[in-house]
Design a binder for this molecule. Structure first.
Ligand code: WT7
Length: 651
């Protein structure tokens, strides 16, 4: 195995924050020997407290835990104000628009914009501490201002990815009982304008908790304005004061909600709170990307996902870095776009998803060689397991065999990375997330016994102690929080956190993530619950039953495969195609384009046990084209498997 490992670049390592494995092990030991002391030291060093906390960790009501209770701070102050004294003129955000337009926003600019935005929300919209504000925005600087303005005044933001449909937006608005929506008329994609405001209008028809809508005019296309509800940001911001005190927040006051899919039911509002979240966002930025004072860092995610929250906005700004915000499409005008941007902005750390790496590799294998990529030091990947060929191309062609690849494993719920290489210390291996970060008690457990698995064995990826940036709750549903993440397994009396992922425990304790063990599909690094997609498909009048599974997909990682039982079957192909189109149209309005089915097969029935449980394992295997070897005699109708198999093969 040793020759499979790529050792850290020693030139890089000598200046890295964590320089070698001895330093890594020393940190791990510190956390193991004195867990609270470990976190206390970092909380004291990294956070600019308004008022010191009384207690590091309160586990008395686990799994509801409190970190740094009694302390007061403000995340916008942590991300902006505290940097003004030393670097007010440093670029905080470098924006690159879809059409190549650029804007540099210094820390002082950011301070003023966020303060004005905060005053607008308070004065014109009556937003108060604890109110929920939904943000439905393109990738423009105002999206970051909106997040930070909420943080500054203590409002709880809930960002909804701009690709979600009006129905998905409506569900999230209602669940959070949001009072305000911040949106834009639209933005640009591949130089053409596209629209967001009409989706908001649609989501707000009928009864809604939303009182006011703030519209950033980005592409200046025509939109409808509802009198007394809709206001132009560009107008209102003009006369706002650039002074606004940051609200002193309790450590455990909620910072934001972010809705994500689970295995059952509707998406859940994952709640992150103030102190613990920002501490780990900052620490992982420093450790995992090792960004230095004069570096420029680019994460290609959208702010609608957790990666955009922690690693475009909060993490980079908390540590005072320069973060790139990109509105466009990374393969447009060609697959050299990101490398052109690396050359132009002299980007030092680049963070993206395997699905993007695969597309850039497939459609622009030779593009990296056309640009000067010598500024790059660390390359990151996140969102799904990366396949070794894509990893190797990324390492050799983009990183020129001198940059560490940090395969960062984490989730919406973990707030920040939990398993990842450290670029100056950890020997890396293609497609392997390697080791738990110091302070994170990540272990692979046997789901039956709760025991740690042995070398070479697989089990469930778990975390056995609470950590500062972990999910604090599912909005409005404590039971669902407990049920979704904490089973009966305890370790030293503590409930164990289940990630829902499977993993293999390799040599030297190296962790390889194998993917979800539940009914969650990972499409291009985006989480889709099978239940959500099934609920949408069932809205079609002619659908009697449906089961959705993931199927390996060359570019997306996983595609969505639907087995559908129709109520009335007209045996003609034209009719079937028409029904498929109708079903995808429903998915588009219910969820959005990201949930469209790649494959649909109409089947006479689904494979069910006698107690009525759908055997998804069989459906997953059939979708992959695998032969069914397992015992099917417990099925209500064992012949159905052969029938479905024939239909899948014919489709
Ligand atoms: C799920 C979380 C974390 C930000 C983006 C996605 C999968 C994430 C990796 C990785 C293999 C990964 C897991 C996880 N995942 N990172 N490095 N290797 N799988 O956030 O939407 O909450 O999805 O993404 O399955 O549970 P998310």
């Amino acid at each position: 195995m040793l020759q499979e490992l790529y050792q850290p670049n020693q030139d890089f390592a000598k200046d890295a924050r964590i320089k070698n494995m001895d330093e890594y092990h020393a940190l791990v030991k510190k956390a193991t020997d004195d867990y609270e002391g470990f976190w206390k030291a970092f909380a004291d060093e990294k956070i600019d407290w308004f008022k010191p906390y009384d207690k590091v960790l309160d586990e008395s009501n686990a799994p509801f835990v409190k970190w740094f209770d009694g302390g007061k701070l403000n995340v916008a102050h942590q991300c902006i104000d505290r940097h003004l004294e030393t670097q007010k003129n440093k670029a905080a955000i470098i924006f690159e628009g879809d059409r190549g337009d650029k804007q540099v926003i210094t820390y002082l600019d950011l301070y003023e914009e966020v303060n004005k935005f905060s005053n607008l929300l308070k004065e014109d919209f009556g937003v108060q501490k604890g109110d929920r504000v939904v943000i439905y925005m393109p990738m423009i600087p105002e999206a970051a201002y909106a997040m930070l303005a909420c943080a500054r005044i203590g409002a709880i933001h809930s960002i909804v990815f701009g690709g979600f449909s009006s129905e998905a937006l409506r569900d999230r608005i209602e669940d959070a009982e949001a009072k305000v929506v911040i949106t834009a008329d639209g933005a640009y994609r591949k130089t053409k304008p596209y629209m967001l405001k009409p989706v908001v209008d649609e989501a707000l028809t009928g009864e809604t908790p939303v009182e006011k809508v703030l519209v950033v005019e980005r592409n200046h296309e025509e939109v409808t304005w509802v009198e007394g509800r809709d206001y132009s940001y560009n107008e209102l911001i003009k006369n706002k004061s650039a002074q606004c005190d940051a609200e002193p927040m309790e450590s455990e006051d909620p910072l934001f909600l972010l809705y994500t899919s689970g295995s059952t039911g509707k998406p859940k509002g994952v709640q992150h709170n103030t102190a613990g979240y920002i501490l780990w966002a900052q620490m992982t930025m420093e450790w995992v990307f090792d960004v230095k004072q004069n570096d420029t860092y680019w994460c290609t995610a959208d702010i609608g996902w957790i990666t955009g929250h922690t690693y475009i906005v909060y993490g980079p700004l908390a540590m005072g870095a320069t973060t790139i915000m990109f509105e466009g499409v990374i393969t447009f005008p060609d697959a050299g776009r990101p490398w052109k941007m690396v050359e132009e902005h002299k980007i030092n750390q680049f963070y993206t998803a395997p699905t993007a790496i695969r597309v850039l590799h497939k459609t622009g294998e030779d593009e990296p060689a056309k640009y000067d990529l010598s500024s790059l030091k660390v390359l990151g990947t996140v969102g799904e397991p990366i396949d070794p060929p894509a990893w190797k191309w990324y390492y050799e062609e983009v990183g020129q065999s001198k940059c560490a690849i940090v395969d960062t494993y984490w989730q919406t719920e973990t707030g920040g990375h939990i398993v990842s290489p450290l670029p100056g210390a950890t020997p890396i291996k293609p497609a392997c997330a390697t080791l738990p970060l110091p302070g994170i008690m990540a272990e692979i457990l046997d789901p039956e016994t709760g025991e740690k698995v042995g070398e070479g064995e697989s089990g469930y990826m778990c975390v056995t102690r609470p950590w500062p940036s972990q999910i604090r709750g599912v909005w409005g549903d404590d039971e669902r929080f407990k049920k979704s993440y904490f089973g009966d397994v305890t370790k030293e009396g503590r409930p164990v956190y289940f990630t829902g992922d499977g993993a293999i425990y390799g040599e030297n304790g190296y962790i390889t993530i194998t993917g979800r063990t539940d009914d969650v599909i990972n499409v291009s690094g985006h989480r889709m619950g099978t239940a959500e997609v099934e609920a949408a498909i069932k809205k079609h009048d002619n659908v009697a039953a449906v089961a959705v599974v993931g199927k390996p997909h060359e570019l997306k990682g996983e595609g969505i495969f639907a087995y559908i039982v129709l109520k009335s079957v007209k045996d003609d192909v034209a009719n079937e195609l028409e029904t498929m189109k109708e079903i995808n149209a429903i998915i588009k309005t219910e969820i959005g384009n990201i949930a469209l089915c790649d494959d649909m097969v109409f089947v006479p029935d689904l494979p069910k046990t006698r107690s009525g449980k759908i055997m998804r394992r069989i459906l997953r295997a059939l979708a992959k084209g695998e032969k069914i070897t397992q015992d099917t005699s417990t099925l209500e109708d064992p012949t159905i498997v052969g029938q479905i198999e024939a239909l899948v093969n014919a489709s």
